[in-house]
Design a protein around this ligand. Structure first.
Ligand code: 5GP
Length: 172
């Protein structure tokens, strides 16, 4: 197990009774832990650095921005509704805790741009799938995804219906 994995804290009954939430904030607060997590997430892309890492609001921003800096490439945000100032495209999806919508600036990606999607946790997979759809609608080539923790019991990987690799640093 990587040293940073012991820093992930399980919080019972958050955000609803019965859900055990993986809290990654202690990883971020620990310099060695944060660096180790970014190293692990960056490893698959070092030899094929994408044109951008696409971070999903909000914890995905933290990891995608750090990956972009570590590998010397760009960062593009996928945001909750109403947050992005210019023209957007939107995608509605089912969430572990309800329904939601994600948006991306309509001009964020040029056709053919090679991008990697980034989030902290893969649960039911709807969030990552929504980001995949947004990137594909812009004509980008999604070369993969990078997630810190996968919760395999929730089978989110089943929604990742593309050949590009979905890399997970830790199986939760
Ligand atoms: P999904 O769409 O895969 O069900 O949910 C993934 C999204 O919800 C991610 O953006 C992730 O940040 C958040 N999420 C769901 N469960 C957890 C969890 O246990 N811990 C954290 N940190 N995020 C979670």
């Amino acid at each position: 197990m990587p040293h940073w994995s012991s820093l992930i804290r399980e919080v019972p009954d958050f955000p609803k009774p019965g859900i055990v939430f993986k809290d990654i904030t202690p990883v971020l607060a620990d310099a060695r832990g944060f660096a180790g997590a970014i190293d692990a997430m960056a490893a698959p892309w070092r030899d094929a650095v994408p044109d951008a890492f696409i971070g999903i609001e909000s914890r995905g921003f933290i990891f995608a921005a750090a990956l972009a800096q570590a590998l010397g490439t760009g960062f593009v945000p996928v945001r909750k509704p109403g947050k992005l100032p210019a023209q957007v495209i939107a995608h509605d999806y089912a969430l572990e805790y309800g329904r939601d919508r994600l948006e991306m600036h309509a001009d964020a990606l040029r056709p053919g741009a090679r991008v990697v999607l980034v989030d902290d946790v893969l649960a039911t997979g709807g969030t990552l799938r929504a980001a995949l759809s947004l990137a594909q609608r812009q004509g980008a080539t999604v070369t993969g995804a990078a997630v810190l923790v996968e919760l395999p019991a929730l089978r989110g990987r089943a929604l990742w219906d593309v050949a590009a690799p979905l890399h997970v640093a830790l199986q939760g």
